[in-house]
Design a binder for this molecule. Structure first.
Ligand SMILES: C[S@@+](CC[C@H](N)C(=O)[O-])C[C@H]1O[C@@H](n2cnc3c(N)ncnc32)[C@H](O)[C@@H]1O
Length: 206
């Protein structure tokens, strides 16, 4: 996501406002459903969900510190006590989630990495899916949305191995919860959505 450098945004400033900036075990509520979005961008999707579902707990994970500041602004404005912001990389998920499991994972408009030699960087690539299985509850759902047809079709293929596919939509209707990218991209063409539930056998001991 393109986001200019913001001079006053420092790790210390983010920390002061409760953003998790180190790779460590997250302290999450045991009695609540936990929803995670990886690559949250400016955070419109996850902050809207958190606002409308105060009894659930949400995590926004994003690797860019300037983009994450935009999520923080929304969290502070909406006073979202049920949203944790993590400045971090999906590759470290196992450490973050050592003591907890996720109920639902959202990947919205993940970078498409169109060149074959870069496919392994895609957040839906099999190596990432196997990592997600380690932190998802047995019945958990992964929801993936994109405007990039090739990424979508490849992701369907990747996901079929590890998830029971519940929904494949080639022209998603607008909804209450849309990311900044979705709002921009839907005027240019269709939005694709995939949903899958963890396959029982693959959820164990990977
Ligand atoms: C194309 S943007 C989409 C942002 C947002 N989901 C939206 O739809 O508006 C992809 C985002 O994923 C983040 N990202 C990419 N790889 C990541 C990773 N391994 N872990 C966490 N965030 C990542 C990028 O920094 C970027 O903000």
């Amino acid at each position: 996501m393109r986001q200019k450098r913001i001079k006053y945004v420092t790790i210390d400033l983010l920390k002061e406002h409760g953003v998790i900036t180190e790779v460590k075990h997250l302290d999450l509520p045991k009695d609540k459903k936990v929803f995670l979005e990886i690559g949250s961008g400016k955070g419109q999707f996850i902050t809207s969900l958190a606002k409308d579902h105060p009894d659930d707990f949400f995590i926004a994970m994003e690797v860019n510190k300037y983009v994450i500041y935009r999520i923080l602004e929304k969290k502070l404005e909406l006073k979202l006590d049920n949203l944790m912001i993590v400045l971090g990389d999906a590759k470290d998920l196992e450490t973050y989630m050592l003591n907890h499991k996720i109920d639902q994972l959202y990947l919205n408009f993940s970078d498409p990495w169109p060149k074959t030699k870069h496919h392994k960087r895609r957040l839906t690539f099999p190596s990432f899916l196997r990592l997600y299985l380690k932190v998802l509850k047995p019945q958990a759902i992964l929801q993936f949305r994109t405007d990039h047809l090739n990424l979508f079709l490849d992701s369907l293929e990747y996901m079929e191995t590890y998830f029971d596919i519940m929904d494949v939509t080639y022209d998603l209707e607008p909804s209450t919860y849309m990311t900044e990218y979705e709002e921009k991209k839907r005027v240019l063409g269709p939005i694709y959505q995939l949903k899958g539930k963890v396959k029982q056998d693959d959820s164990k001991d990977i």
